[in-house]
Design a protein around this ligand. Structure first.
Ligand code: PEP
Length: 265
């Protein structure tokens, strides 16, 4: 079903709650999951914002047992564009849902660049994820070359329109991750990120005006505890997708604390 990220406050203002997602990539193990679970067992931050961990797929069941019970959500890092069949090595969206996932990352720049995933493939993955009841986290972002060539807007809109075919915008998260900022230690400035987040929200508004006010748009790219507050205080930045810094429980927890701000829509 559709889970709405926005809440009405006492004054009936519509606000968006933040979401912080850990992307472990090809890292981590059951021990690291245990350390996360111990930390978040003591913490209440996940009652105030959404927190999710995307470990490698073989650890999803362990993550389900350790984390869902304490309010930390679990996500896959990828899913197949196919529902089932002769696709050796693939994992379907339904299988992720069966393993306790709430989210799945789709179109991470590493999938696009290293595993040749095209925009056309993204649309199928987004549809599979939503059909399985997952919330897809669609990752988009430009390369440095594209930014310097003045192609930023065109690239973002192209990535959005090709991936968002027959999509339910009420059950979608978008992560803006400039490729040049992922794992490089270079973060977009808060103003640079805000500009693109606004562009993304405006694009969603042309397709689904109501959903555009509620959709969570996350920033990703070298977010650390010391730059998170300024990024997350921007009007259209509703949290983060965290790679490297998510492998350190304390640092990830500090980033979650920095995201504890609500946004008027
Ligand atoms: C990511 O992989 O989504 C990411 C943002 O990585 P990092 O935080 O390491 O830049």
């Amino acid at each position: 079903g559709t889970i709405c990220a926005a809440q009405r406050t006492g004054q009936e203002r519509l606000v968006r709650t933040s979401l912080v997602i850990a992307n472990w990539k090809l890292n981590g193990d059951a021990e690291l999951l245990k350390s996360f679970a111990e930390h978040f067992h003591q913490s209440e931050i996940q009652q105030h914002i959404g927190v999710a961990i995307c470990p490698p797929a073989v650890y999803l069941k362990t993550a389900d047992v350790l984390l869902n019970a304490i309010g930390v959500k679990v996500g896959g890092q990828n899913c197949s564009e196919f529902e089932q069949g002769a696709y050796t090595g693939e994992i379907s969206a339904q299988m992720l849902a069966d393993s306790g996932c709430r989210y799945v990352l789709i179109g991470h720049s590493e999938r696009r660049a290293l595993f040749a995933e095209s925009d056309a493939v993204m649309a199928g993955k987004v549809q599979q994820a939503q059909a399985a009841g997952l919330t897809p986290v669609l990752c988009i972002g430009e390369t440095l070359e594209q930014r310097e060539a003045g192609e930023l807007e065109q690239v973002i809109e192209q990535q959005l329109s090709s991936a968002c075919k027959e999509v339910d915008f009420e059950n979608l998260v978008i992560a803006y991750e400039p490729v040049w900022a992922i794992g490089t230690g270079k973060t977009a400035t808060p103003a640079q990120a805000q500009d693109v987040h606004r562009l993304i929200r405006n694009w969603v508004a042309t397709k689904a005006p109501e959903a555009a006010q509620k959709i969570q748009i996350l920033y990703g790219g070298s977010v650390k505890a010391d730059n998170a507050t300024e990024l997350f205080s921007q009007a259209d930045i509703d949290g983060g997708l965290i790679g490297g810094a998510s492998l350190d429980t304390e640092q990830f927890a500090a980033i979650c604390q920095a995201a504890n701000v609500k946004k008027d829509s």
